[in-house]
Design a protein around this ligand. Structure first.
Ligand code: MG
Length: 294
Protein backbone atom coordinates (compact mmCIF):
# COMPACT_ATOMS: atom_id res chain seq x y z
CA UNK A 1 0.00 0.00 0.00
CA UNK A 2 1.40 3.37 -0.89
CA UNK A 3 0.47 6.29 1.27
CA UNK A 4 1.20 9.94 0.62
CA UNK A 5 4.16 11.38 2.52
CA UNK A 6 3.17 12.44 6.01
CA UNK A 7 -0.10 10.58 5.85
CA UNK A 8 1.16 7.14 6.71
CA UNK A 9 2.27 7.81 10.27
CA UNK A 10 -0.14 6.93 13.02
CA UNK A 11 0.42 7.83 16.66
CA UNK A 12 -0.43 5.18 19.23
CA UNK A 13 -1.16 6.71 22.62
CA UNK A 14 -0.46 4.05 25.24
CA UNK A 15 -3.02 4.25 28.04
CA UNK A 16 -2.24 0.97 29.85
CA UNK A 17 -0.33 2.46 32.80
CA UNK A 18 -3.27 4.76 33.66
CA UNK A 19 -6.63 3.93 32.07
CA UNK A 20 -5.65 0.26 31.99
CA UNK A 21 -4.32 -0.27 35.50
CA UNK A 22 -7.00 1.96 37.02
CA UNK A 23 -9.63 -0.55 35.93
CA UNK A 24 -7.78 -3.65 37.11
CA UNK A 25 -8.33 -5.16 40.55
CA UNK A 26 -4.70 -6.11 41.24
CA UNK A 27 -2.69 -3.74 43.40
CA UNK A 28 0.35 -2.60 41.46
CA UNK A 29 3.39 -1.08 43.17
CA UNK A 30 5.05 2.19 42.22
CA UNK A 31 8.13 0.29 41.00
CA UNK A 32 6.01 -2.02 38.82
CA UNK A 33 4.17 0.92 37.26
CA UNK A 34 7.47 2.61 36.44
CA UNK A 35 8.76 -0.66 35.01
CA UNK A 36 5.73 -1.02 32.75
CA UNK A 37 6.14 2.56 31.50
CA UNK A 38 9.77 1.79 30.64
CA UNK A 39 8.78 -1.43 28.87
CA UNK A 40 6.30 0.50 26.70
CA UNK A 41 8.95 3.14 25.98
CA UNK A 42 11.42 0.39 25.04
CA UNK A 43 8.87 -0.84 22.49
CA UNK A 44 9.02 2.59 20.84
CA UNK A 45 5.93 4.17 22.35
CA UNK A 46 6.43 7.92 22.47
CA UNK A 47 3.17 9.02 24.02
CA UNK A 48 2.20 7.29 27.25
CA UNK A 49 -0.64 8.06 29.64
CA UNK A 50 1.11 7.49 32.95
CA UNK A 51 -1.13 8.54 35.77
CA UNK A 52 -3.80 10.74 37.14
CA UNK A 53 -3.92 13.54 39.69
CA UNK A 54 -7.35 12.79 41.07
CA UNK A 55 -8.96 12.45 44.46
CA UNK A 56 -7.15 9.46 46.03
CA UNK A 57 -10.32 8.48 47.89
CA UNK A 58 -12.26 8.17 44.64
CA UNK A 59 -9.45 6.53 42.66
CA UNK A 60 -7.07 4.80 45.08
CA UNK A 61 -5.21 3.05 42.22
CA UNK A 62 -3.83 6.41 41.10
CA UNK A 63 -3.01 7.88 44.54
CA UNK A 64 0.69 7.22 43.89
CA UNK A 65 1.01 9.07 40.57
CA UNK A 66 3.51 11.59 41.97
CA UNK A 67 5.68 8.76 43.28
CA UNK A 68 5.41 6.92 39.95
CA UNK A 69 6.55 10.01 38.05
CA UNK A 70 9.61 10.24 40.30
CA UNK A 71 10.27 6.49 40.01
CA UNK A 72 10.23 6.71 36.20
CA UNK A 73 13.42 8.76 36.39
CA UNK A 74 14.97 9.66 33.04
CA UNK A 75 13.11 8.66 29.89
CA UNK A 76 14.42 9.91 26.58
CA UNK A 77 12.06 10.80 23.73
CA UNK A 78 8.83 9.98 25.55
CA UNK A 79 6.09 12.36 26.52
CA UNK A 80 4.03 11.44 29.56
CA UNK A 81 0.35 12.33 29.73
CA UNK A 82 -1.42 12.66 33.06
CA UNK A 83 -5.06 13.26 33.80
CA UNK A 84 -5.85 16.53 35.57
CA UNK A 85 -9.51 17.17 36.50
CA UNK A 86 -9.38 20.47 38.40
CA UNK A 87 -7.24 23.55 38.97
CA UNK A 88 -6.42 22.23 42.44
CA UNK A 89 -4.98 19.06 40.92
CA UNK A 90 -3.21 21.14 38.28
CA UNK A 91 -1.15 22.69 41.08
CA UNK A 92 -0.14 19.20 42.17
CA UNK A 93 0.78 18.33 38.58
CA UNK A 94 2.92 21.46 38.23
CA UNK A 95 4.88 20.58 41.39
CA UNK A 96 5.49 17.00 40.29
CA UNK A 97 6.39 18.05 36.76
CA UNK A 98 9.05 20.42 38.13
CA UNK A 99 10.80 17.40 39.68
CA UNK A 100 10.34 14.98 36.80
CA UNK A 101 13.36 13.85 34.81
CA UNK A 102 11.37 13.35 31.62
CA UNK A 103 8.88 15.27 29.50
CA UNK A 104 5.61 15.54 31.43
CA UNK A 105 4.39 18.19 29.02
CA UNK A 106 0.89 16.96 28.33
CA UNK A 107 -2.27 16.69 30.40
CA UNK A 108 -5.63 15.13 29.66
CA UNK A 109 -8.91 16.73 30.70
CA UNK A 110 -12.24 14.91 30.61
CA UNK A 111 -15.82 15.84 29.93
CA UNK A 112 -18.73 13.55 29.14
CA UNK A 113 -21.28 13.70 26.34
CA UNK A 114 -24.14 12.88 28.73
CA UNK A 115 -25.35 14.34 32.00
CA UNK A 116 -25.77 10.96 33.72
CA UNK A 117 -22.24 9.82 32.95
CA UNK A 118 -20.86 13.23 33.91
CA UNK A 119 -22.52 12.96 37.31
CA UNK A 120 -21.36 9.37 37.80
CA UNK A 121 -17.79 9.89 36.61
CA UNK A 122 -17.03 13.51 37.56
CA UNK A 123 -19.73 14.33 40.08
CA UNK A 124 -20.91 17.40 38.17
CA UNK A 125 -22.97 18.50 35.17
CA UNK A 126 -21.52 18.72 31.64
CA UNK A 127 -21.52 22.53 31.85
CA UNK A 128 -19.74 22.46 35.20
CA UNK A 129 -17.10 20.08 33.77
CA UNK A 130 -16.54 22.49 30.87
CA UNK A 131 -16.12 25.31 33.42
CA UNK A 132 -13.50 23.20 35.17
CA UNK A 133 -11.69 22.79 31.84
CA UNK A 134 -11.90 26.56 31.30
CA UNK A 135 -10.34 27.14 34.74
CA UNK A 136 -7.54 24.69 33.94
CA UNK A 137 -6.89 26.33 30.55
CA UNK A 138 -6.60 29.64 32.36
CA UNK A 139 -3.83 28.35 34.64
CA UNK A 140 -2.04 25.70 32.60
CA UNK A 141 1.58 26.59 31.73
CA UNK A 142 1.98 27.66 28.12
CA UNK A 143 4.36 24.83 27.25
CA UNK A 144 1.92 22.13 28.35
CA UNK A 145 -0.32 20.52 25.73
CA UNK A 146 -3.91 19.75 26.67
CA UNK A 147 -5.76 16.73 25.26
CA UNK A 148 -9.49 17.19 25.70
CA UNK A 149 -11.42 13.95 26.05
CA UNK A 150 -15.12 13.48 25.53
CA UNK A 151 -16.43 10.26 27.13
CA UNK A 152 -19.42 8.24 25.90
CA UNK A 153 -19.47 9.76 22.42
CA UNK A 154 -21.77 7.11 20.96
CA UNK A 155 -23.38 5.29 23.90
CA UNK A 156 -23.88 5.98 27.59
CA UNK A 157 -24.35 3.20 30.15
CA UNK A 158 -27.18 5.23 31.71
CA UNK A 159 -28.76 7.19 28.85
CA UNK A 160 -28.26 4.80 25.93
CA UNK A 161 -27.70 6.24 22.45
CA UNK A 162 -25.94 9.61 22.42
CA UNK A 163 -26.94 12.47 20.12
CA UNK A 164 -24.01 13.25 17.79
CA UNK A 165 -25.11 16.88 17.62
CA UNK A 166 -24.45 17.20 21.35
CA UNK A 167 -20.98 15.67 20.92
CA UNK A 168 -20.20 18.07 18.09
CA UNK A 169 -21.23 21.04 20.24
CA UNK A 170 -19.01 19.89 23.13
CA UNK A 171 -16.13 19.33 20.69
CA UNK A 172 -16.60 22.93 19.57
CA UNK A 173 -16.54 24.14 23.17
CA UNK A 174 -13.26 22.31 23.84
CA UNK A 175 -11.80 23.95 20.72
CA UNK A 176 -12.97 27.39 21.90
CA UNK A 177 -11.47 26.76 25.34
CA UNK A 178 -8.07 26.22 23.72
CA UNK A 179 -7.45 22.49 24.03
CA UNK A 180 -4.62 21.43 21.72
CA UNK A 181 -6.12 18.11 20.73
CA UNK A 182 -9.48 16.42 20.99
CA UNK A 183 -9.97 12.75 21.82
CA UNK A 184 -13.30 11.03 21.34
CA UNK A 185 -13.91 8.02 23.56
CA UNK A 186 -16.39 5.22 23.05
CA UNK A 187 -16.23 4.51 26.76
CA UNK A 188 -18.35 1.35 26.81
CA UNK A 189 -17.40 -0.01 23.40
CA UNK A 190 -20.89 -0.12 21.95
CA UNK A 191 -20.27 2.28 19.10
CA UNK A 192 -20.95 0.88 15.65
CA UNK A 193 -18.88 2.02 12.65
CA UNK A 194 -21.75 4.01 11.10
CA UNK A 195 -22.48 5.91 14.31
CA UNK A 196 -18.76 6.42 15.00
CA UNK A 197 -18.46 7.91 11.52
CA UNK A 198 -21.27 10.37 12.22
CA UNK A 199 -19.78 11.41 15.56
CA UNK A 200 -16.33 12.05 14.09
CA UNK A 201 -17.87 13.97 11.20
CA UNK A 202 -19.55 16.25 13.74
CA UNK A 203 -16.33 16.81 15.67
CA UNK A 204 -14.41 17.48 12.46
CA UNK A 205 -16.60 20.55 11.88
CA UNK A 206 -14.56 22.16 14.67
CA UNK A 207 -11.25 20.33 14.50
CA UNK A 208 -8.81 19.28 11.79
CA UNK A 209 -8.33 15.50 11.63
CA UNK A 210 -4.65 15.83 12.60
CA UNK A 211 -5.72 17.25 15.97
CA UNK A 212 -8.20 14.50 16.73
CA UNK A 213 -7.63 11.20 18.51
CA UNK A 214 -9.85 8.19 19.11
CA UNK A 215 -10.28 5.91 22.11
CA UNK A 216 -12.13 2.69 21.37
CA UNK A 217 -13.03 -0.25 23.55
CA UNK A 218 -13.30 -3.74 22.15
CA UNK A 219 -16.31 -4.75 24.26
CA UNK A 220 -18.24 -6.20 21.32
CA UNK A 221 -15.32 -6.64 18.92
CA UNK A 222 -15.86 -3.46 16.91
CA UNK A 223 -12.80 -1.46 17.99
CA UNK A 224 -10.73 -2.13 14.87
CA UNK A 225 -13.67 -1.53 12.53
CA UNK A 226 -14.12 1.82 14.28
CA UNK A 227 -10.39 2.56 13.94
CA UNK A 228 -10.79 2.06 10.18
CA UNK A 229 -13.68 4.51 10.04
CA UNK A 230 -11.66 7.17 11.88
CA UNK A 231 -8.58 6.49 9.71
CA UNK A 232 -10.78 7.03 6.66
CA UNK A 233 -11.71 10.45 8.07
CA UNK A 234 -8.06 11.39 8.48
CA UNK A 235 -7.64 10.68 12.18
CA UNK A 236 -4.07 9.59 12.95
CA UNK A 237 -3.97 9.20 16.74
CA UNK A 238 -5.39 6.20 18.59
CA UNK A 239 -5.42 5.22 22.24
CA UNK A 240 -4.77 1.63 23.16
CA UNK A 241 -3.72 -0.33 26.18
CA UNK A 242 -0.86 -2.82 26.36
CA UNK A 243 -2.25 -6.36 26.88
CA UNK A 244 -5.70 -4.77 26.73
CA UNK A 245 -5.30 -3.73 30.39
CA UNK A 246 -8.48 -2.37 31.88
CA UNK A 247 -11.68 -4.36 31.79
CA UNK A 248 -14.95 -2.70 30.98
CA UNK A 249 -16.50 -1.62 34.32
CA UNK A 250 -20.03 -1.93 32.91
CA UNK A 251 -19.70 -5.37 31.37
CA UNK A 252 -17.91 -7.75 33.75
CA UNK A 253 -15.64 -10.17 31.92
CA UNK A 254 -15.93 -8.31 28.63
CA UNK A 255 -12.77 -7.02 26.97
CA UNK A 256 -12.15 -3.38 27.70
CA UNK A 257 -9.56 -1.15 26.11
CA UNK A 258 -8.37 -2.00 22.63
CA UNK A 259 -5.08 -3.90 23.06
CA UNK A 260 -2.02 -2.10 21.71
CA UNK A 261 -0.76 -5.36 20.16
CA UNK A 262 -4.00 -5.73 18.17
CA UNK A 263 -3.95 -2.08 17.09
CA UNK A 264 -0.31 -2.28 16.04
CA UNK A 265 -0.84 -5.48 14.01
CA UNK A 266 -3.88 -3.92 12.34
CA UNK A 267 -2.12 -0.66 11.46
CA UNK A 268 1.02 -2.43 10.25
CA UNK A 269 -1.01 -4.74 8.00
CA UNK A 270 -2.68 -1.68 6.47
CA UNK A 271 0.72 -0.11 5.74
CA UNK A 272 0.81 2.52 8.46
CA UNK A 273 4.01 3.29 10.32
CA UNK A 274 3.88 3.76 14.10
CA UNK A 275 7.46 3.45 15.32
CA UNK A 276 6.37 0.68 17.70
CA UNK A 277 8.28 -2.60 17.67
CA UNK A 278 5.97 -5.63 17.77
CA UNK A 279 8.43 -7.95 19.48
CA UNK A 280 9.31 -5.58 22.28
CA UNK A 281 5.64 -4.72 22.66
CA UNK A 282 4.98 -8.43 23.20
CA UNK A 283 7.51 -8.30 26.05
CA UNK A 284 5.72 -5.31 27.58
CA UNK A 285 2.37 -7.10 27.24
CA UNK A 286 3.78 -10.19 28.98
CA UNK A 287 4.96 -7.99 31.84
CA UNK A 288 1.55 -6.29 32.02
CA UNK A 289 -0.31 -9.62 32.15
CA UNK A 290 1.93 -10.88 34.90
CA UNK A 291 1.32 -7.72 36.93
CA UNK A 292 -2.44 -8.09 36.89
CA UNK A 293 -2.32 -11.87 37.30
CA UNK A 294 -3.64 -13.01 33.92
MG1 MG B 1 -10.59 3.22 28.19
Amino acid sequence: MTAKAGQDHVEIVEVGPRDGLQNEKAVISVAQKAELIHACAAAGQKSIEMGSFVNPERVPQMADTGAVMRAVGALEGVRGIVLVPTVRRLQEYILVRAQAQFDMGEIAVFVSATEAFSQANLGCSVDESLSRVAAIMDKVPEDVAVRGYISCVTDCPFEGLVDPVVVSAIAGRLQDLGCDTLALADTIGKGTPDRVGTVFEGALKHWSPGQVGAHFHDTVGLALANVDVALGQGVRSFDSSVAGLGGCPYAPGAPGNLATEALLAHLSAAGYETGVDAERLTDAAGMARQMVGR
